[in-house]
Design a protein around this ligand. Structure first.
Ligand SMILES: Nc1ncnc2c1ncn2[C@@H]1O[C@H](COP(=O)(O)OP(=O)(O)OP(=O)(O)O)[C@@H](O)[C@H]1O
Ligand SMILES: [Mg+2]
Length: 460
């Protein structure tokens, strides 16, 4: 029963859009992360550079004032002595004596003191220089303190404090953050747009593929093929694989159809005879001869149906187990004995174990022996051999006839094919097809040479 299902366009484009969305989001996220890392690194670098150049300017200034305090202490009282800028930056100075009293200071400080008690103590008490970041009237401030040498003069053993407002550095960094965020955002946006455009172009063949596959699903026509994109990319590969899959589906469907047609055709003949015999019996009464004929018809029919079922079952995958093939062969041979004067004998029987399905292997061997009995010469012998050669088991059945016509060798294993001479002999032409299907399922091969049919199976 085929149900016509309207293809759901939302379902299809949903798949496509979400893949596209994921690609675009991935690209955008990656670019954004890269831009953020780059921005953070730039900020760190620039910030560090600005601070260290300020620090070295402060240090230079402090050391020169400290030197001056020792060599020319009079200068400390000179008007305007501490009004100075260092490379364009306002630097304020405070000179303290060894007891922390202010000896001189920049007039710009007015009534304010530099808030650096700890640095002062370090410089005066321990004679150690140092930096500190603090604030003055709400402005960020960087302060450096250096000790003054114990070399006479009022400032001996005191300290020089120099400081500078660092608002400009903060402003510069804020500007930089703004510029980086703006340009980074623009770059990420451009990347996302580009990714969206590119993925749309790249995914177009996929959309065509989905549409074509949907068409095949709708029409259930496996004879159609998907359009192969010109570029030899992954989508083309996928299309190729799908087309090969369609081809194998088509083959499977065709062989199924042929099988069904052949099977019904083959069933028709015995059913017609059966019906004829039954009608005869109804009309003329059932004499023993007619009854016997009816029984034969029934047997033929049930064999045919049985063979069809076996053939159908061989198509499916089933588990294989270790099978002692030599034991299986002796059992099958023993069961035959000498039907209608054709003795079935075991020749060479080497101990061999294969991975297999014992019931199927028994049937394959039985079909070959049946053929030897039916198609071989009356009064001849049938010999079964089992040998092992490296990793192959060789199971062969030979009669004393000349075997099937080599000119028809490739038709032998076809379903329902029977030799021209087999007409009046019992059979339907499924025997060797079943043997071929069973050996194939066991990853083996079946060949014929004269009247010797050989099944080769892997042993390990
Ligand atoms: N040992 C043999 N010697 C000569 N011809 C053979 C031999 N085995 C098979 N053949 C030929 O191959 C044909 C196909 O064999 P297959 O076993 O498939 O069918 P069948 O024996 O005719 O019928 P079924 O086995 O279904 O009863 C036979 O009809 C016969 O012509
Ligand atoms: Mg046969």
């Amino acid at each position: 029963v085929s149900v016509d299902r309207e293809p759901d366009p939302r379902e299809r484009s949903g798949v496509r859009r979400s893949l596209r969305l994921r690609l675009v989001a991935g690209a955008g996220g990656a670019i954004l992360a890269a831009v953020a890392v780059f921005a953070a690194a730039s900020l760190l670098l620039v910030g560090h550079q600005l601070r260290s150049s300020l620090d070295s300017a402060l240090r230079r200034r402090a050391l020169s004032v400290a030197q001056l305090a020792v060599t020319a202490p009079g200068v400390l009282n000179a008007p305007g002595a501490f009004e100075s800028t260092d490379s364009g930056r306002q630097v304020v100075v405070e000179v303290l004596d060894s007891r922390g009293r202010i000896l001189g200071r920049s007039p710009t400080l007015g009534a304010r003191l530099l808030p650096a008690q700890r640095l002062e103590q370090h410089a005066i008490g321990a004679g150690r220089a140092g930096f500190e970041s603090t604030t003055l009237d709400g402005h960020p401030l960087r302060v450096f303190a250096a000790p003054i040498a114990q070399a006479g003069g009022p400032a001996a053993g005191g300290a020089v404090l120099v400081a500078s407002d660092t608002s400009d550095i903060h402003h510069t960094l804020h500007h930089l953050i703004f510029v980086l965020a703006l340009s980074g955002g623009a770059i990420a946006l451009a990347a996302v747009l580009l990714a969206a455009l590119l993925t749309r172009r790249e995914l177009r063949p996929l959309a065509r593929l989905v549409a074509a596959a949907g068409e095949i699903e709708r029409t259930a026509d496996v004879a159609r093929r998907l359009p192969e994109p010109a570029a030899g990319d992954e989508i083309a590969q996928l299309t190729g694989v799908l087309n090969r899959m369609l081809a194998s589906l088509e083959r499977a469907r065709d062989s199924e159809r042929r099988f069904l047609a052949d099977a019904s055709h083959e069933l028709r003949t015995p059913i017609t005879t059966l019906r004829g015999n039954v009608e005869y019996a109804v009309r003329h009464g059932a004499d023993p001869e007619v009854l016997q004929e009816l029984a034969r018809d029934a047997v033929r029919l049930s064999r045919l149906v049985d063979d069809l079922l076996v053939l159908e079952r061989e198509g499916s995958v089933r588990e294989l187990h270790p099978v002692a093939l030599d034991r299986l062969v002796s059992e099958v041979v023993a069961a035959y004995g000498a039907p209608a004067g054709v003795p079935v004998e075991a020749g060479m029987l080497e101990p061999v174990t294969v991975e297999g399905d014992p019931e199927a292997l028994r049937r394959a061997l039985g079909n070959l022996i049946d053929n030897a009995i039916v198609h071989g010469p009356a009064g001849g012998r049938v010999v079964v051999d089992l040998t092992q050669d490296r990793s192959r088991a060789r199971l062969s059945v030979a009669d004393e006839g000349s075997g099937p016509d080599p000119a028809r060798a490739e038709r032998l294993f076809e379903r329902f094919w029977r030799g021209p001479e087999a007409g009046e002999r019992p059979g339907s032409g499924l025997g060797l097809a079943i043997v071929a299907a069973i050996t194939e399922r066991h990853h083996g091969t079946v060949t014929v040479d004269g009247s010797r049919f050989t099944i080769e199976l892997p042993t390990g």
